[in-house]
Design a binder for this molecule. Sequence first.
Ligand code: AMP
Ligand code: MN
Ligand code: MN
Ligand code: MN
Length: 286
Amino acid sequence: MQKTVDLHTHSYYSDGTFSPEGLVILAKQQGLSAIALTDHDTIDGLALFHEAGEKHGIETISGIEFAARYQGFHQPELHIVGLGFAYGHTALTECMAQIQKDRQERNIQMVHRLQGLGLPITFEEVQQCAGGEIITRTHFAAILLQKRLVRDRNEVFQRYLSPGCSGYVARKVLSPKDCIETIHKAGGIAILAHPTLYQLDADQLITVVQDLCGYGLDGIECYYATYTAAQQKQIQKIAHRFGLLPSGGSDFHGENKPHISLGTGTGNLAIAYEVWEALKTRCKKD
Ligand code: AMP
Ligand code: MN
Ligand code: MN
Ligand code: MN
């Protein structure tokens, strides 16, 4: 049987529902040979993830999915996956501290905005709701819902928490160049995640990829749960044109995206171990 991998997954350290060990156990059950944990803007789950990998006898790969603002076109938020870095490296830990500080400031500003709109919400409540996880707008939504200040999740986002609403404060995001450099400093490789999801037309996507290659982008997700056959072909062509290594994964989120399965995505995904082997030779860790 062919050895397969999943190089894009989330645990409850960001917006997935599985623990890092839960992911490892599931990966093992699914017969995967290696799995990367790529939580949004955090490496907090990686220590437990690697521990679980040792315990259950499966190759675990350090990962992260950075959000980065592209300065051009409609300024899309690009997702850049880092793989195979030394997760204790100061370049990364310093970057994580800065991201947390920016988020903290943003959360306080959002509480003030919502209070200004007459909504009874405190920072302590938000903190308590997150229970030690990274605070996101989901936690603000949960509190307003719990207090029955809105009818449902849709309403709370539409009225208060989406860009353009008076309760919303944009979060600071890194530049693509900063993300790629940070990943490289820590010995990892930088991958452009799911390029089909940025509302870029074919020519715009080429421009973006060209720019990122200028900062040292190593790879691009040629395999992804939601690609059509045509999209996969399009991205493979781009990879070939720019000398980018193929990567990919399911983008598993557990119950938060129940239609996506680990390893197989919506059913047909099967990423060969060789894909990871080729990427691994580029990592400078150890
Ligand atoms: P943040 O990173 O703090 O900006 O918040 C992002 C979180 O808010 C993610 O978990 C999203 O799934 C959630 N979110 C953003 N927009 C919506 C929406 N319109 N409806 C429901 N959840 C949303
Ligand atoms: Mn997510
Ligand atoms: Mn993403
Ligand atoms: Mn993801």
